[in-house]
Design a protein around this ligand. Structure first.
Ligand SMILES: *Cc1c(COP(=O)(O)O)cnc(C)c1O
Length: 428
């Protein structure tokens, strides 16, 4: 057994002054029991907690750290930038440089604007879609997460129809009535939304869903979304805050042939610093303030430290053409290993991989949407999570999160984790 007394004490102190002891709810380990470990520092593939325990990290700050912790190039870029000033609130050339890099990579973007989080990127993209189309309704999918802004914190309404109800107190129903909910990978449910509303500005989707576990959208489904948007003059938004630079260099857009109208990015483009971005073709982006009437702003947007971290990450990603292949090979090796030990322990397990993203469900059946995901055995996951943690393996503390491989994770580490899993699966 690991000793985690200091983490437990730190958590108790935190709870007195921070709601739930955390600044983002999923960190609280609520769905797996136990208390969160408090981090002292990290290096490469490993996290070190304040009790002196070491964990191999498959969370990587929920996605951003594709090069692992304390990558030298990113660290140097950040330190150099820091010495020149933390923030100016005035334009810098590095913003243009990062924007050019991003636009040159994505056919769907002529212009991009930087913000400070994924939530902000998506919130701004939705406003842009509404302003551009002059319509109010949006379509989102059950199980997709797009940050915590009002219009997007929505759950399925109780009726047969799909108009959403707020999933949090404090979100006005007057707002969420403009959010229509559809089922992931189910085009009929999307058609129903369009039958129920002639005021749909956009469909927003995680083209590779990573917030209900890992559920990639079918190519045919994405094509059908493109068609239904075109037929109704609505915009298609790909929320690639997680999948961008993770599933492939171009995210889902490097895998699927479907082209969105607006793209949101985050996580990896900040290299660990707080960054988000949204981009589209010129015609759409030019509607934004100050050129156009749609307002959007940010005191720390395009922050020079964050921009330099992002630029260093992107350059590094682009300079190693085999990187995603190698990350995917490792992800597949890990998932194949898990599948093997599950089979021999007689435990049903579903696994999937997209680039450096991997997911597994304690489920008898394949997972195509949120309802399927919810049939997974979360109690079993909780035990799995605790036992892996006790053996020095740090997975996301929920059945409904995606795991990540970083370049700091070696084949030997994966062998070691599979070996641990073999032991743990027998005890599940
Ligand atoms: C993480 C995430 C967000 C929110 O980003 P934050 O930086 O946490 O605000 C939005 N969309 C997707 C798909 C995400 O994975």
């Amino acid at each position: 057994m690991l000793t985690t007394t200091k983490s437990e004490e730190a958590f108790n102190r935190a709870k007195e002054v921070i709601p739930g002891g955390v600044d983002s709810p999923v960190r609280a380990f609520k769905s797996v029991g136990g208390t969160p470990i408090f981090i002292k520092d990290a290096k490469g593939a490993y996290l070190n907690d304040i009790d002196g325990n070491k964990y191999i990290d498959f969370v990587q700050s929920w996605g951003p750290l594709i090069f692992g912790h304390c990558d030298k190039d990113i660290e140097t870029a950040v330190i150099d930038a820091t010495k020149k000033g933390l923030s100016f609130g005035a334009p810098t050339e590095v913003e243009t440089e990062l924007a050019s890099e991003i636009c040159s990579m994505f056919d769907s973007m002529d212009k991009v604007r930087f913000v400070s989080s994924g939530t902000e990127a998506v919130m701004s993209a939705i406003r842009l879609a509404r302003g551009f189309t002059k319509r109010d309704d949006i379509v989102k999918f059950e199980g997709c997460y797009h940050g915590h802004s009002d219009s997007l914190l929505v759950q399925a309404g109780s009726g047969a129809v799909t108009f959403g109800t707020p999933s949090s107190p404090g979100v006005p129903a007057d707002l969420t009535k403009h959010t229509l909910l559809a089922k992931y990978n189910d085009i009929e449910s999307v058609k129903k939304c369009f039958e129920n509303s002639s005021d749909i500005s956009c469909i927003i989707i995680e083209p590779i869903a990573g917030n209900m576990g890992l559920v990639p959208a079918d190519e045919e489904f994405l094509k059908a979304l493109r068609e239904i948007c075109d037929a109704n003059s609505a915009l298609l938004i790909f929320d690639e805050v997680m999948s961008g630079f993770r599933a492939s260099l171009k995210g889902a857009q490097g895998i699927s042939s479907v082209k969105p109208d607006i793209v949101t990015l985050g996580k990896v483009i900040g290299g660990g610093m707080p960054v988000g971005a949204f981009g589209a073709r010129g015609e759409i982006m030019d509607e934004l303030s100050p050129d156009g009437p749609i307002y959007q702003a940010g005191t720390l947007s395009g922050n020079p430290i964050a921009m330099n971290a992002g630029l260093a990450s992107l350059k590094k990603l682009k300079s190693s053409p085999k990187l995603y292949e190698e990350l995917e090979k490792k992800a597949k090796k890990l998932m194949a290993g898990f599948k093997d030990v599950a089979v021999s322990a007689n435990i049903p397990l579903q696994v999937d991989v997209r680039g450096s993203m991997f997911g597994f469900y304690f489920n008898d059946n394949g997972v195509k949407n949120f309802d399927d995901a919810l049939t997974s055995d979360t109690d079993r996951f909780a035990i799995f999570h605790q036992k892996m943690l006790q053996n020095g393996v740090y997975f996301a503390c929920s059945q409904f999160e995606t795991g990540f491989i970083s370049t700091a994770i070696s084949d030997e580490m994966i062998d070691e984790v599979i070996e641990i899993a073999q032991k743990v699966f027998k005890e599940l």
